[in-house]
Design a protein around this ligand. Structure first.
Ligand code: GLU
Length: 511
């Protein structure tokens, strides 16, 4: 079998969409599994759509996601350069080859002439609004003009393009690894431009030439490219490269959460989830978008989530590390149907991965956040907090957001809890408890609990009845992690002072 060589071939026209990360991932998984090579090729031949910073953004995103590139712009490799704008001469050479073999021709039609063709076709009720095997015979090109006229025009420096001469009435058959046999008659295809008047190739020519020259074995890309695939097959044939043609695999679309149509940035914005892997500031519009990374998604969770958008292992297992994905992946198990983008599932994966982190790893997140807030905290305390909060968070920043009370005396108290639970009994217990704690010489979660039980027993009030009032007095909140551990972490003095503050400030409800 041919060496597995796959490529991710984005165009640097903006931030990398999350769907692009999935495409890169599937390519990477196949490459790693088969001991093959993963290539990053930058398809930047459309100068009008070029966006500065997009290329770096793509590379940073793949780095963050853990998708490693073997050959590419940064890495180099035996088929360099890997940026199409630096390979212009190769496309020119190959376009010449097609001209010589009669598979391509020069076309001199102006935009107005093309527009007039379109109008005529429309008026005649033709559904073929394109430059095709029929219409090419009435246009200004090297097929209708004499050799001298053509040469004269070329020499005169007028604008021209090079078009592919689609063979007449031929059935093109493509065996897609995901979609099975796809066949199209060439009457449905138009004579696509291969070289533009600016001397740059179109996507089709550059893509096919590079896949061939870079010895690509599998083209794994989004379904939106399926309509272009028959043209690509014809190009391989025209070049005489049929036996080296890569296998094609067109990935199912990513759908909106409700399954109605393709997922767009607009949908993601509206529903409040990221569409880009990293933060992105659009240099044209100035629009700022928050990335998955900055929203608190762990790369391994995002990868696991994306792997399941279109692929499944055929077992119940859901948590897969990158290495496990590499082992389990197969193109055969990618479905044809579009994959619904369920952000809740991504959050679930994030929770699962956060739980597998050690307290030490999580403490690093918390300490970083605390630094921004100018709050000092020992490693030991941070780890204790993380141990307590781990099961209760979806994103690492929630260690701080939901755990502020570990560091700051609450200034406000959950009203609904106060109304329901701050009654005479609560005040009685909490006052006595505060005094009892104050007298203690040692303090930890166990002692805090024991002391509370002694106080409630002597006042003959059930502990359960006042526990939430105690919680709201200490944290300001109605719920949270183990209260005795909270007391241990904030320490005896802070417990006493918070209870004193709450007793002074909370209005007692007459029960
Ligand atoms: N440059 C194309 C893109 O931006 C690549 C499509 C392909 O993989 O052939 O998606």
């Amino acid at each position: 079998m041919k060496d597995v060589r796959v490529r991710f071939a984005p165009s640097p026209t903006g931030a990398l969409h999350i769907g692009g990360v999935r495409t890169a991932l599937y390519n990477f998984l196949l490459a790693r599994q088969q001991g093959g090579t993963m290539i990053l090729r930058i398809e930047d031949t459309d100068q009008n759509r070029y966006v500065p910073g997009a290329e770096e953004y793509i590379m940073e995103s793949l780095d963050w996601a853990g998708i490693k590139i073997d050959e590419g712009v940064r890495e180099g490799g035996p088929y360099a350069p890997y940026r199409q704008s630096e390979r212009k001469h190769l496309y020119q050479q190959h376009a010449q080859q097609l001209l010589s073999s009669g598979h391509a021709y020069y076309a001199f039609d102006t935009e107005q002439e093309i527009e007039a063709l379109r109008e005529r076709q429309k008026a005649a009720g033709s559904d073929q609004q394109q430059y095709s095997s029929v219409t090419r015979t009435v246009m200004r090109n090297s097929l209708t003009l004499s050799a001298e006229e053509t040469k004269k025009l070329l020499d005169s420096g007028v604008n021209y393009v090079i078009r592919f001469k689609i063979p007449e009435n031929e059935t093109v058959v493509l065996n897609d690894l995901i979609r099975g046999e796809v066949s199209v008659n060439t009457t449905q295809l138009d004579d696509k431009v291969l070289m533009k008047s600016d001397g740059m190739p179109t996507y089709h020519l550059a893509n096919v030439v590079d896949d061939y020259l870079m010895k690509i074995s599998h083209v794994i890309r989004g379904e939106e490219w399926l309509p272009s695939a028959p043209l690509h097959v014809l190009l391989y044939k025209a070049f005489g490269w049929e036996k080296d043609m890569p296998r094609f695999a067109h990935l199912p679309l990513l759908l909106k959460p409700d399954g109605n149509g393709k997922l767009s940035k607009r949908d993601a914005d509206r529903m409040g989830f990221p569409i880009f892997p990293l933060n992105w500031a659009d240099p044209k519009t100035g629009e700022q978008s928050t990335g998955y990374k900055e929203s608190g998604y762990l790369p391994e969770a995002l990868i696991n989530f994306l792997a399941f958008l279109g692929w499944n292992p055929g077992t119940e297992q859901e948590i897969f590390s990158m290495d496990e994905l590499i082992r389990a992946f197969s193109i055969e198990r990618i479905g044809k149907a579009g994959a619904k983008f369920d952000i809740q599932k991504a959050q679930w994966f994030n929770q699962q991965y956060l739980r597998t982190k050690t307290n030490q790893e999580l403490a690093a997140f918390l300490l970083e956040q605390l630094k921004l807030e100018n709050i000092s905290c020992t490693q030991e305390k941070a780890e204790k907090i993380c141990a307590l909060m781990k099961e209760r968070i979806t994103f690492p920043q929630e260690l701080w957001e939901h755990g502020k009370f570990f560091f700051r005396t609450p200034e406000s108290f959950d009203e609904s809890v106060v109304t329901k639970k701050w009654n005479d009994d609560a005040v009685k217990v909490i006052t006595a408890y505060r005094d009892a704690v104050e007298r203690l010489s040692a303090f930890d979660a166990g002692i805090a609990k024991e002391t509370l039980e002694q106080v409630t027993a002597s006042l003959q009030i059930g502990t359960g009845k006042i526990l939430q009032a105690l919680r709201v007095a200490l944290s300001g909140l109605g719920g949270g992690p183990d209260l005795m551990m909270i007391m241990e972490i904030i320490g005896k003095d802070e417990v006493v002072s918070r209870l004193t503050f709450a007793l002074k400030n909370l209005k007692q409800k007459v029960s």
